[in-house]
Design a binder for this molecule. Sequence first.
Ligand code: FES
Length: 260
Amino acid sequence: MLKNLKAQIIKNERIARGIYSMVIICEGADLANFVPGQFANISVPEHKELLLKRPISICETDVEKNTVTLVYQIKGKGTTALADMGKGTVLDAILPIGSGYHLKNSDKKVFLVGGGVGIAPLLSVTRKWADKTYEAFLGYRGKEFEYCLKDFQSVSEKVYVSSDDGTIGEKGFVTDMLKSRLERETPDVILTCGPPPMLKALKKALEPFDIPAQVSMEQRMCCGFGACSGCVCGVQKDEGLEYKKVCVEGPVFDLYEVVL
Ligand code: FES
């Protein structure tokens, strides 16, 4: 049962070009059972015309303080309005929701592959499962789009960075850096989140290997609770193609099954 909660903004700031971090305090949210990859659906207060809640990635949670850090990219009217919200603003929030990533006890070495705003939810993986060994592969459009890099550097054995224009890290695709790394060592599992072209390239890069991989899909959503089918994605099972609602049956799926 999805519960509509009240949340108050305690910080809302620009952390990179077009990317914002919003910290909310949300009494009553079940943060102790938060699973990385789950998301928040939040309203845009003071804008009656923006009826729909916005699905936003959860980057970090603090169970004791009841706070949640959301990272979002400005993409339209809703996220533009969110960026203008100041400290103290109260909004409606449903969180945490959806299915998250899952790691087995035997998963010791984890590669995280993120692109753009999809880098944010991967940070919560390192917080939740601090006993694993991580290597992060982060793709940015350029230096001015970089965020959370220091956080990943402090929790990962190694961080590989690439950018479209070469202004940070290596110029090119983060999947190319991953490919050369996989020639030397393979992890127990790969967790990813990012734009479709990156996910497609990742799937291709993983073809020669047999490495489990999970993806958190960044799908456009309407209702956010399974009523409208506005967020479906194809999932190829042995029994055939199935259509899954990302908001309630995802956002995390098996990378090899999801149709990109
Ligand atoms: Fe309506 Fe998923 S957003 S069913």
